[in-house]
Unconditional design. Structure first.
Ligand code: PMP
Length: 330
């Protein structure tokens, strides 16, 4: 079984077309051709994982001929906070970073759905494991969006044997590059075993996240998600979805730790993230969740969020920052 899946995955990745490289990058405070934004082999972040990143999305609105970036100031606030965990002073505010991103998207004429990767990294070409006496650099690139999770309407997840990093080991609250090896271990083992996604347990044995997504379970009409003290990333999509559920759909949301067997017994399970948006998990460890098909709340939420991020829901228009028209609101 696993050999079969390994072969399938290998085949898929060999035939998958590599996305084209971006034309431009925001690098060291200005927009430059992507090929000119280079780093050396000794770069501290490359050797020791001393970088933090942000992942944002731009959504093209055809009717308005406009690209909307979703909650850029919130994303960049978290980015600056992640950098602070690594003792980085970026010298750029969230508003400065949004202006840099907007300049990049304008220069690149990005008029399509895209994924945006911001990176703050120690750029010194020097040896020595430490966080002091180093200089942070910032880069941002944007590329056409690709799918992150196969079967996002019918995903089969497994509980990973890899445990989530904890706050006193390597804070999951920050998007710290080195910490993502933990997500990569969980994700690859899940995929090689034939699953679409991994769910991870934290230090105290509760199910806290997907490999790169926040977790929600529905039990008896109530939506439950782990609180931010459960070794999760404080997801922007998580926060948005909680607001949509409570205010727009009138559904109760409770933040509390989640037991493994609550996931197995849930009526619905879904994952949220910038890359994936909302993934319906319909099986976990070969057990059907609810009916084994996408449930009612997930089915209502997915189109609601899809409209919001494209600037099509007037109630949440302030979450969408236009790129090409004037105004810098994030
Ligand atoms: N958890 C982890 C570990 C992640 O990497 C991500 C992706 N950024 C998320 C949750 C979802 O966060 P967001 O909704 O802000 O993308």
């Amino acid at each position: 079984m696993s050999t079969q899946w390994a072969e399938k995955i290998q085949l898929e990745s060999s035939v998958k077309k590599q996305p084209e490289l971006p034309k431009f990058a925001y690098f060291k405070g200005s927009v430059v051709p992507y090929v000119d934004a280079r780093i050396g082999l000794l770069t501290h972040a490359l050797n020791y994982g001393t970088a933090v990143f942000g992942g944002l999305r731009g959504h093209w609105n055809e009717a308005e001929q406009e690209l909307f970036v979703f909650r850029p100031l919130d994303h960049f606030r978290r980015f600056v906070d992640s950098a602070r965990l690594l003792r980085m002073d970026l010298g750029q505010s969230p508003a400065d970073l949004w202006l840099g991103l907007r300049a990049l998207l304008r220069k690149q004429e990005t008029r399509t759905d895209c994924y945006i990767r911001a990176l703050a990294f120690y750029g010194d070409e020097t040896l020595g494991v430490r966080l002091h006496g180093l200089t942070p650099e910032v880069s941002i690139v944007a590329m056409p969006f690709g799918h992150f999770v196969a079967n996002d309407d019918n995903a089969h997840a497994s509980i990973s044997s890899w445990q989530r990093i904890s706050d006193n080991v390597l804070p999951a609250r920050g998007k710290i590059a080195g910490g993502y090896v933990n997500s990569a271990l969980a994700k690859t083992d899940a995929q090689l075993a034939g699953f679409d996604e991994a769910l991870v347990l934290n230090d105290d044995g509760h199910v806290c996240e997907g490999s790169v997504e926040n977790l929600f379970v529905v039990r008896g009409g109530v939506v439950v998600t782990p609180p931010v003290t459960q070794d999760i990333l404080e997801g922007i999509t998580r926060r948005s979805v909680m607001q949509l559920l409570r205010q727009d759909l009138g559904i109760e949301v409770v933040e509390r730790p989640i037991d493994r067997t609550e996931v197995y017994l849930a009526d619905e399970v879904f994952l949220t993230g910038t890359g994936v948006q909302i993934v319906a998990v319909t099986r976990v460890d070969h057990r059907a969740i609810g009916t084994g098909r996408m449930g009612e709340i997930t089915s209502r939420l997915r189109p609601a969020l899809a409209a919001v991020v494209r600037g099509q829901d007037p109630k949440h228009r302030d979450w969408c920052a236009p790129v090409f028209r004037e105004g810098t609101k994030g």
